[in-house]
Design a protein around this ligand. Sequence first.
Ligand SMILES: C[S@@+](CC[C@H](N)C(=O)[O-])C[C@H]1O[C@@H](n2cnc3c(N)ncnc32)[C@H](O)[C@@H]1O
Length: 486
Amino acid sequence: MSTVYDRVRYPNWPSFRTHPATVGALARLLGRKCAPFNQCRVLEVACSEGVNIASMAVAAPASEFLGIDIAESPILRGAETIAWAGLDNVKLRVADIRDAQAIDGEYDYIIAHGVYSWVSADVRAALMATIGKKLSANGVAFISYNVFPGCRVRETIRDYLVHVLRDIADPQQRMEAARAALEYQISGWSEDHPFQKALLEAARDNLERPIEVLFHDEMGEVWEPQFLSDVCAAARAQGLDYLADAHPSLLNDGLFPSVRFEAARKHTGGDWAEFEQWLDFTDMRPFRWSLFCRAGEKIERIATPDRVVGLHASAELAPAPGPGKKAFAFRGKSGIEFETDDAALGGLLDRLTREPAVLLDEYAQAPEVVEALLRLYVNGAVTISTEKPVFALTPSEKPLASPLARAQARRGEAMLAALNHKPVRMVDPFWNSFLQQLDGTHTHEDLAQFMVAEGGKTIEEARLLIPNALKEVAGNRLLIQNEFLF
Ligand SMILES: C[S@@+](CC[C@H](N)C(=O)[O-])C[C@H]1O[C@@H](n2cnc3c(N)ncnc32)[C@H](O)[C@@H]1O
């Protein structure tokens, strides 16, 4: 059966928040057990081309990954890329979510990213039933979706586009007409009018993303943002508990004693999901990354220091320029700055400026360091994972790029799956051919010779250029440690 996703390709990238190592770390901080990343089974429903699970599979050769999607073209394209990458621990299959309960076995991580609010109610029910049936005892399910009330503004954009495009069937024409229609309103809506200002921001955001995303999302046949409380009720009916949102900014109340939770208790009866639903009305949130686990065990929503044992912290941090008021001062990638006089915390953060990751076991006896670190985590300045990174920041003698990125390069993709499980854009076609050379068999001198043959450089120029080219590839987290030789 040909679907609209067969006709218009949806951009398919790794999604950091879905990764079992980050989801698992979060579950552990909330006191849950979780399956080890390199010994687990992962199911992604509506996986499109499977880039998300393939990117995970690169670093977990002993785990099994299965992706299903109803659209055949993305599955075929993805399966070919995975075969080129030599990943034999990932399988993609054409299947309807409505038949997913028949899939064999249980899964430790079930991912449904960007599908729940884009499918009809029967598919949503089948998805939740699949999770209820297939999630292992310590499993965690990830469901992301658009939510009300934050999507009311985007709903107006949808109403407008549905109206404007009512007589246009051809996908290409629909995308062109949608762009023109949004540009028309952007030139007319006023920043001074509160609702128009909100529409302006939403429309600009729509046009900043690939137009295919708008085509499938707000312009899709089904687009039904949900209320968190309804999603939690559907999960509860399948024997599942709401654990947390996977977005760190929503974890503050889950990891620390929450004044807001206590203040809302008289309205929410101390029900966590209900409390977060109230927060959605406060914050006008448009999107959620909800995690669910098997119901039964009480979830203790306060992170105690012992829960960091076995977890790794990493951060894109640098010492802050100039003398600060305190002994240690740092600046995060987003521009966030912080300083401390605490030697243990300062020492840990200093290590994070130099090391790809730090195992947190030794800090389990230092509650104030753990609390400060977790506050940086909820503010997005620090990442916490059950695994240490597999990327190499220094090119080896025979550099090795991620096999998935090499396969994507062979396909001519500009957006590649980096080893920090984020997409990275490498636009110049030079990178596509260069990356394919980084298969762990070529020395720097071989790469210089390649540059001469391909790029019309002299060997002297090429020898000078190679260190920078490799630095860029490593900086984009595309080099993998050579022990992962595929
Ligand atoms: C918005 S895309 C998201 C794709 C991917 N998860 C991502 O985030 O890049 C929605 C996906 O759901 C798939 N889909 C829709 N209905 C489905 C169904 N009944 N069974 C399986 N997949 C379905 C589509 O084919 C499409 O690939």
